[in-house]
Design a protein around this ligand. Structure first.
Ligand code: T4K
Length: 372
């Protein structure tokens, strides 16, 4: 079998992309809010049914400008079970991350753990809809209102997820989306901020462009986080495929679930069993319980590699155990996150992954569970 990676980027019809590239040549405009950037922003607003959007060069910089634009300072309560970007964005803005444990049910921040961590320094909550699993947004909103905190959602994995028929990215003061090549929907690299309050538009747009307000006025110390025209072209070309791609991923997910059900010690998640959720099937996370399965997560990861299956341990090590943070965040009690991080394995899922390969991966998992 050829190498099977955890994900592969989706590529649109090449001719459509080339037609958009021709437009770039005609306009002779490459970046700084070009015509395709504007077209892409409008198309995304319509697709997601959201009132305001700020496109960025990537998701990480979108988080960064959200923190700067909302003037977040002091301490922010967040999850330790995420990609380094979430925590890096805080630390690089001189903000102290304060970690709350996660729930075993969906691996998002445990809302009941947030309130005891609030101090006079707390200015915001930064939860992550990890794997597209929606956080407990209602409870988080209640806490934020009670203590007058801002809520910034890292929705890097949640493109297209809906709650009660509305885009999940409308929750909180602002949501960050990632359009990285490895995501369900991408613009090669890219990202966005989505928000209800129009007053943030000017601020975020300035922060992504060095803080420039006009040719002779720079009133904020901003980043260069602009999306260029080639990224916008890829985003425009990919957008029409999203719904079909989600359906295909759903089929892959259901196939995994059908076969994994029969293997003891492997747990998977079914976020859409909550009828209010339209899920995006962006990742295929499972937990491997050594006692019941017979082998540890690391042994499964290594075994699959011998079969040319490149699963990934998203997210291990836990943020608090990463080399760059190990000295800063010692002795924090995060029992669920620690356990989950030691058991998590993301199985391959991407558009174009044949169902027969999915069955084969499940067969390998089954065979290995029977081995001494
Ligand atoms: N918040 C959260 C919760 C996130 O997960 C992320 C990003 C962010 C914030 C920040 O958003 P961005 O600034 O990235 O927009 C990948 C992605 O680079 C990263 O975007 C993503 N999260 C993270 C979870 O995964 P790596 O280092 O694991 O990627 P890499 O290069 O190992 O790729 C994974 C697999 O994909 C490879 O084994 C093969 C395949 N691949 C990858 C690329 C880039 C391809 O087949 N073709 C390709 O072009 O981080």
């Amino acid at each position: 079998m050829d190498k099977i990676f955890v994900t592969r980027p989706f590529l649109p019809d090449r001719k459509n992309f080339e037609n958009l590239v021709d437009e770039i040549w005609k306009a002779d405009w490459l970046t700084n809010n070009g015509p395709l950037h504007e077209k892409f922003a409008l198309k995304l607003k319509n697709f997601l049914s959201v009132p305001n959007i700020t496109l960025t060069a990537n998701g990480h910089l979108a988080l960064d400008i959200a923190l700067k634009g909302l003037k977040i300072k002091g301490e922010v309560i967040t999850t330790p079970f995420t990609f380094a970007s979430t925590t890096h964005a805080l630390v690089l803005n001189n903000i102290k991350p304060v970690f709350a444990d996660i729930t075993e049910k969906d691996l998002t921040i445990d809302a009941s753990k947030i309130e005891p961590l609030i101090t006079s320094q707390t200015s915001a909550i930064l939860p992550v809809h990890v794997y597209g699993h929606p956080c407990n947004t209602a409870e988080i909103l209640k806490i934020a209102q009670k203590y007058n905190l801002k809520v910034i959602y890292d929705a890097a994995h949640a493109f297209g997820v809906k709650k009660n028929g509305f885009s999940l990215s409308l929750e909180g003061d602002v949501s960050m989306l990632s359009f990285h090549a490895t995501k369900l929907f991408h613009s090669i690299e890219g990202g966005a901020l989505v928000y209800k309050d129009e007053k943030y538009k000017k601020i975020f747009d300035m922060y992504k462009n060095f803080g420039i307000e006009g040719e002779e006025s720079i009133n904020y110390i901003g980043e260069n986080a602009k999306m260029n025209e080639f990224q916008a072209a890829m985003g425009i070309a990919n957008l029409p495929y999203v719904n079909k791609n989600i359906q295909e991923r759903k089929e892959i997910t259901l196939t995994y679930r059908k076969y994994l059900t029969k293997i003891p010690g492997i747990t998977f998640f079914t976020p859409e069993s909550d009828k209010s959720i339209d899920y995006n099937y962006s990742y295929m996370p499972v937990l491997i319980n050594k006692e019941n399965y017979g082998h540890s997560r690391d042994e499964v990861y290594d075994y699959l590699k011998t079969k040319n299956i490149y699963s990934r341990k998203y997210f291990y090590p836990l943020i608090t155990d990463l080399g760059c943070y190990a000295h800063s965040f010692q002795n924090i009690d995060l029992p669920i996150a620690q356990k989950v991080s030691s058991q998590i394995l993301c199985l391959p899922i991407y558009n174009g992954l044949a169902l027969k390969i999915v069955k084969q991966i499940c067969n390998y998992l089954h065979t290995f569970s029977l081995k001494d």
